[in-house]
Design a protein around this ligand. Structure first.
Ligand code: HEM
Length: 119
């Protein structure tokens, strides 16, 4: 299940950049459709995350932190796209997105399931 979780958020990140590029090049219709697919992937990220969480024997603070960061990452993607769509400055949200995303991945990898990048 951690593999499914990683697959869903990797695809979501790619779609996020695609939607951003489509919005920037004023391809509104394609952007709208891709954004809808991206939102479907948010649901899949949350569903796979919840399935992993339900299977845990003990949930500590690090897990709660990981879940909050995961949800915030999704929130920041939506904020960036909302600003780009309106043609407003999105710099602050881009920075927040990158910082929160990196923290989410680092904390995710630190936690015991799945890949052991850090011991
Ligand atoms: C874009 C958002 C997210 C990213 C980038 C992300 C990233 C990651 C990464 C890198 C891992 C480690 C996988 C491994 O070591 O095999 C992970 C695990 C996990 N994620 Fe997420 N995640 C996101 C959203 C969520 C959400 C929304 C939830 C909860 C509803 C969640 C719950 C979990 C849980 C419970 C684990 C298992 C931790 C462990 O014990 O290794 N994640 N995630």
């Amino acid at each position: 299940m951690t593999h499914a979780h990683i697959t869903t958020w990797l695809i979501a990140i790619i779609l996020f950049f695609v939607v951003n590029a489509l919005l920037k090049s004023k391809k509104d219709k394609q952007a709208k459709i891709t954004h809808m697919v991206l939102r479907l992937f948010y649901i899949l990220i949350i569903v796979t995350g919840v399935i992993i969480t339900v299977g845990l024997s003990k949930i500590d603070g690090e897990y709660i932190g990981k879940i909050i960061l995961g949800i915030l990452t999704i929130g920041m993607m939506e904020m960036v796209l909302a600003k780009v769509k309106k043609g407003k400055p999105a710099k602050v949200f881009w920075i927040l997105f990158f910082v929160i995303f990196i923290l989410t991945v680092l904390l995710g990898l630190r936690l015991p399931l799945g890949f052991w990048v850090f011991k």
